[in-house]
Design a binder for this molecule. Structure first.
Ligand code: CUA
Length: 312
């Protein structure tokens, strides 16, 4: 990831916004420089020299006043023109398109669903070089989807389906975040965009669309804990028996938990130690999160972690 991602666009949809930001900055800087230089020159040119006495006072100058008003209006009109052009270039019409990925915002994590049945949390996978149409909605409050290197940002509103084109021109990992204050854990509502060459993307997508494969026999004790504690009341694990089979709309889908890089909107990276910490002290790690701190024993936490880390 770039140190200043906002100035390193990786998409023809984001580049015009970066260009406009630079243009606005340099134009503003130019105006600032002219004002400071003229001011400095006048201070020097008309400085007090010995017994000059009171200098002649001048009031009003129609020609000068008209000139700088016209110059300022032209400058602002130019910026308005560039802004309208940028808006058009960064948000092509989404009418009539079929969404490729459905984005659901929750307090406080992101859910990404594709029509082939794949669900991922806090991790958006994109094929490089293809414009992808997102359909965005929220289950609770207003959020804002922002991946500044790849697209403009857009509000995510409950009861409404907004649409956004996104594109990654090169492979890589790009950061995203919620850009609308949405409660105490707004800061931990981040996501990662992973852009891969189309063949790699398709292979990954097939794996993500598959049901969960538990690769570890010793995870079965954890699966029993999962069922007994009723984790399935909020979390879906496709292909695994659950006390409450449902679409996982409350908490993140855990089907391919082990392949995720971050947890709970980015508050932790996905390591066994962090999973244990999360299960031991959920509300301490992310106060206000919808998931309560569960009264689990050390053995249960360890078994659950083994189970979760086996969900490839
Ligand atoms: Cu969601 Cu801020």
């Amino acid at each position: 990831m770039s140190a200043y991602p906002v100035f390193d666009p990786a998409s023809s949809l984001a580049r015009p916004i970066t260009d406009l930001t630079r243009l606005t900055f340099w134009l503003g800087f130019g105006v600032f420089l002219i004002v400071v230089l003229v001011l400095a020159y006048f201070m020097w040119r008309y400085r007090h020299r010995g017994a000059d006495g009171e200098p002649g006072q001048v009031f009003g100058n129609t020609r000068d006043e008209v000139s700088w008003i016209v110059a300022a209006v032209l400058l602002v009109a130019f910026l308005l023109f560039m802004t309208v052009r940028t808006a058009a270039a960064s948000s092509p019409s989404t009418a009539g398109g079929t969404p490729d990925i459905y984005v659901v915002a929750h307090q406080w994590y992101w859910e990404f669903r594709t029509p082939d049945g794949a669900v991922s949390s806090d991790e958006l996978h994109l094929p490089v070089g293809q414009r992808v149409l997102l359909d965005l909605t929220s289950t609770d409050v207003i959020h804002d989807f922002s991946a500044p290197q790849l697209a403009r940002k857009i509000d995510v509103i409950p009861g409404q389906h907004n649409r956004l084109w996104i594109e990654a021109a090169r492979p890589g990992t790009f950061s995203g975040a919620c850009n609308e204050f949405c409660g105490p854990q707004h800061a931990w509502m981040r996501f990662t965009v992973i852009a891969e060459p189309p063949a790699e993307y398709r292979a990954g997508q097939a794996a993500r669309a598959a049901v969960a494969a538990v690769s570890n026999a010793s995870a079965s004790r954890g699966a029993q804990v999962f069922a007994r504690v009723q984790c399935g009341a909020c979390h879906g694990v496709r292909g695994q028996p659950s006390a409450f089979p449902h679409d996982g709309a409350v908490g993140p889908d855990l089907t391919h938990f082990a392949s995720r890089r971050i947890l709970a909107g980015g508050v932790l990276t996905n390591t066994p130690e962090h999973v244990q910490r999360w299960l031991r002290d959920t509300q301490g790690v992310k106060p206000g999160a919808r998931m309560p701190t569960l009264p689990l024993s050390g053995t249960e936490i360890s078994d659950l972690t083994t189970y979760l880390e086996a969900l490839k």
